[in-house]
Design a protein around this ligand. Structure first.
Ligand code: GTP
Ligand code: MG
Length: 201
């Protein structure tokens, strides 16, 4: 799928104030600094569309971007940023959870995992919580350019193996690098196929 146009629509903390036109949306979640905002910029080919930072905790709101006038990409705040303190972390979790549990337009949630690390408790618990709440998700490994191809493949295989300890089957898995524009076609084709399966809007 080709992205002809992409623009920012609205930011807020309240799911009730998200766009009300009923268009399908695809949201990006994961730990702070995992590369959610960078991935949105890479997919849309717009460098400053979503704000990024080398410091964790940059995105603090639910951000809607309209794509081709037909669907939304949604950039969410990251979870688990220690420096934010307990109250700050709980506030962010409230925003994230409120969105995920109540936003019917959310067609698929992409959970981003930094390919450099072995499976982290915070991510595995988050996935478990999604399962308990019946939320469909995909896994997106990020920052593939930071590892050599062999190491990258080993880490992805180890992660899949860990997931199969908790899950009967694997969700769709994507391998990406915002830096090298890797995984763009695969992700956009997946979104297109889901959009088509919805019967068009
Ligand atoms: P929060 O909004 O704080 O939750 O972070 P985020 O998940 O949106 O991360 P963001 O996109 O702001 O990226 C965090 C840092 O990782 C930035 O310094 C990015 O340049 C860097 N980064 C993101 N994706 C990649 C990638 O694919 N490769 C490399 N090398 N760096 C990346
Ligand atoms: Mg961000």
């Amino acid at each position: 799928m080709e992205i002809r146009n992409a623009s920012f629509v609205i930011s807020n903390t309240d799911v009730a104030k998200c766009p009300g036109d009923g268009l399908p949306e695809y949201a990006f979640i994961g730990r702070s600094n995992v590369g959610k905002s960078s991935l949105i910029n890479m997919l849309t080919n717009r460098k400053g569309l979503a704000m990024t930072s080398s410091m964790p905790g940059k995105t603090q709101l639910i951000n809607h971007f309209i794509i081709n006038d037909e669907w939304y990409l949604v950039d969410l705040p990251g979870y688990g940023y220690a420096q934010r303190g307990k109250v700050g972390r709980e506030n962010i979790r409230r925003i994230i959870d409120g969105y995920i549990l109540n936003r019917h337009e959310m067609t698929c949630l992409f959970v981003l995992i930094d390919c450099r690390h072995e499976p982290q408790k915070i991510d595995l618990e988050f996935l478990e919580w999604l399962g308990e709440n019946g939320i469909p998700f995909c896994i997106v490994f990020t920052k593939a350019d930071k590892l050599g191809p062999v190491r990258f493949r080993e880490n992805v295989e180890a992660y899949k193996k860990r997931l199969l300890e908790d899950w009967e089957e694997l969700p769709p898995v994507f391998c990406t690098s915002a830096e090298k524009k890797q995984g763009k076609t695969e992700l956009l084709d997946y979104i297109e196929s889901v959009n088509n399966s919805l019967g068009g809007h």
